[in-house]
Write a protein that binds this ligand. Structure first.
Ligand SMILES: [Zn+2]
Length: 243
């Protein structure tokens, strides 16, 4: 009951324009030869999309700084090399909000952007919605899928009240599948501008947690089918910050 009251207040605050504000600082890497990883309009498009998406949960993002950082070394970040992205994300530290780093290339993995404790790394192919999705990771949410090449587990069948917990509504089209619901979520693990919804409660789907295997000293993915933490009501960090 307390939770319901709190959320009612937050919704009212959002409607009245008193959304909780998160500061954002953007660092755009440039080569000394003049190549720049992003122009100002692209940075602003990302902030606009974050504000569009997170209005659902009463969060607002204010761009406090946008700086050019001239560094040939930081222009290309290697996803699989911790030293590489740590060096980038240490450029600014503990600014009190979110730090965005626009780079010229993300090498070593097929990702458009990724979230680290030190900030969000944004490659040249990342869309504003990709960046909003990464902010979701900074808020503590996991990726949700309907199926993935890494596992035989998969979501099948229709959406039900049980699978949507606090979000079930008779207004969903009759017979809509759980996979279609998952495709609409901001935390759907694949890129696309249609992924926007932030549910109130956790949603049944396919997800993984990273598990450390001490014997072989590697991480692996432990896939599971259950309620996925992607929601405003359960454990959302409303003060996402970069170290
Ligand atoms: Zn993700």
């Amino acid at each position: 009951m307390n939770i319901r009251l709190t959320l009612a207040c937050m919704s009212a605050m959002a409607l009245c324009g008193y959304a909780h504000a998160v500061d954002v600082r953007a660092y755009v890497i440039a080569k000394t030869s003049g190549e720049v990883a992003a122009d100002m309009s692209r940075v602003e498009a990302c902030i606009d999309d974050m504000n569009f998406v997170y209005a659902q949960v009463g969060l607002r993002f204010d761009l406090r700084e946008c700086s050019l950082v001239f560094s040939n070394e930081l222009y290309v970040v290697v996803r699989t090399n911790t030293t590489s992205w740590t060096a980038l994300c240490d450029y600014a530290q503990n600014t009190g909000g979110i730090e965005l780093y626009f780079v010229g290339e993300i090498a070593g993995a097929h990702v458009n952007a990724f979230c680290t404790k030190g900030g969000i790394v944004i490659g040249p192919d990342a869309t504003p919605r990709d960046v909003s999705h990464e902010i979701g990771h900074a808020c503590g949410w996991k990726d949700i899928y309907e199926a993935h090449a890494g596992t035989d587990l998969a979501v099948s069948g229709r959406a039900t009240e049980e699978r949507l917990q606090e979000d079930w509504s008779p207004y969903y089209p009759r017979g809509i599948t759980q996979a279609e619901i998952i495709h609409r979520l901001l935390m759907y693990g694949r890129t696309g501008d249609g992924h926007v919804a932030i549910p109130r409660g956790d949603v049944y789907g396919l997800w993984y947690v990273n598990v450390w295997n001490p014997g072989v000293r590697t991480w692996s993915r432990d896939w599971r089918l259950s309620a996925v933490p992607v929601s405003a009501w359960h454990g959302m960090n409303r003060n996402p910050t970069s170290e």
